[in-house]
Write a protein that binds this ligand. Structure first.
Ligand code: TXA
Ligand code: MG
Length: 320
């Protein structure tokens, strides 16, 4: 592992210029998006992309998504069928990643795509991400800026906790608003397939498409990153808890159950957007407080709840 001095850049004009220069020179820079912080590298530079896999400890069979500043820039990177075009027009910029066939002579490196014949494309809406991508003026590969298998970062301190000394800089714009990663939809012919629930809900997408989203045949092969055990804090996680057992910390939703240990509430009022924004930070805090077991109160599966439940299910899965 080659060590780097990690600079903490504030996202003003100077910080943005510095971050863009580092990326254009092949560096690794974590940057804010509306979902979570991403670990950026020039997606056209295989050597820079290799640095992402090394810094995260990510298996190189797990492809990266490419971030660009505008839908037009994304349309140039692969053929968009009618479904992909409709979703892009409705939700970009925003928390949606579209997997499309990779275009001929794509500038996105093979390594970033893990050799697949498809490519994941995302146009984030965060103003700092937008400004950075415009300055870099190349596709930027960006997985979540955490060590592989760990909880995604929703502020710069989370990024540094995982990657200090392994990346060149973090561009700090405070906490992210959505808190769970982008929704990933595969548009590779036939009905679009929901590969990962996320910031755009199933209902919002189906309203635009006028058809139901398909389900992946096998998650492991279609979205290689969706390993069952993922988003894992150190503590064991128990879902849909209706009582707290001795020794457990509580991750509450709505009015909290009685609990003798540490309690953090995702949303006292039962608001799913607030819960999504708090999810990863609360898991990290309970870990930092030394919780060894976390009971999680039931969260409804509708709207953003689908993405929250997906991440909690992975956090609770047996560790690989
Ligand atoms: O919100 C987000 O999407 C964040 C921010 C930084 O943009 N990024 C993110 O990246 O969550 P990552 O690498 O942590 O998750 C992307 C997922 C992985 O599970 C990967 O396997 C999948 O997307 N993926 C990427 N390219 C793919 C492709 N061509 N086909 C299927 N799945 C793909
Ligand atoms: Mg990730």
């Amino acid at each position: 592992m080659h060590t780097r001095i990690t600079r903490h850049l504030i996202a003003d004009a100077d910080g943005l210029a510095e971050a863009a220069a580092l990326l254009r020179a092949g560096g690794l820079v974590a940057f804010p998006t509306e979902t979570v912080y991403g670990l950026g590298a020039d997606a056209t530079d295989g050597r820079a992309v290799a640095g992402i896999y090394e810094a995260k400890g990510r298996p190189s069979f797990n492809p990266l998504i490419a971030h660009v500043a505008s839908p037009e820039a994304a349309f140039a990177l692969g053929p968009f069928d009618a479904h992909a075009t409709a979703l892009a027009k409705a939700f970009w910029p925003g928390p949606l990643t579209l997997v499309v066939p990779v275009g001929d002579d794509s500038p996105v490196s093979d390594l970033a795509r893990a050799g697949l014949s498809s490519v994941g494309l995302r146009v984030p809406s965060h103003p700092v991400a937008q400004a950075l991508l415009a300055l870099v003026d190349r596709p930027v590969a960006g997985p979540s800026a955490n060590r592989s298998g760990h909880v995604s970062p929703t502020d710069a301190a989370h990024v540094l906790a995982d990657l200090d000394g392994r990346i060149d800089a973090v561009l700090d714009a405070g906490p992210t608003a959505v808190g769970v990663e982008s929704t990933i939809v595969g548009c590779l012919g036939g009905a679009p397939v929901l590969l990962r629930p996320g910031g755009v809900t199933r209902a919002e997408m189906e309203a635009v498409l006028g058809v139901a989203l398909g389900e992946p045949v096998s998650e492991a092969t279609i979205a290689p990153g969706m390993l069952a055990s993922h988003y894992a804090p150190n503590a064991a996680v128990r879902l849909d808890a209706t009582e707290v057992r001795p020794g457990e910390a509580l991750l509450a939703f709505g009015p909290a159950l009685p609990c003798d240990g540490p309690v953090l509430n995702l949303s006292v009022s039962g608001d799913l957007s607030e819960a999504a924004a708090n999810l990863f930070g609360h898991l990290r805090r309970l870990d930092a407080e030394g919780a060894t077991a976390i009971a999680v109160m039931p969260i409804p599966a509708e709207g953003l709840g689908e993405a929250i439940r997906d991440r909690l299910k992975r956090a609770a899965a047996p560790r690989v």
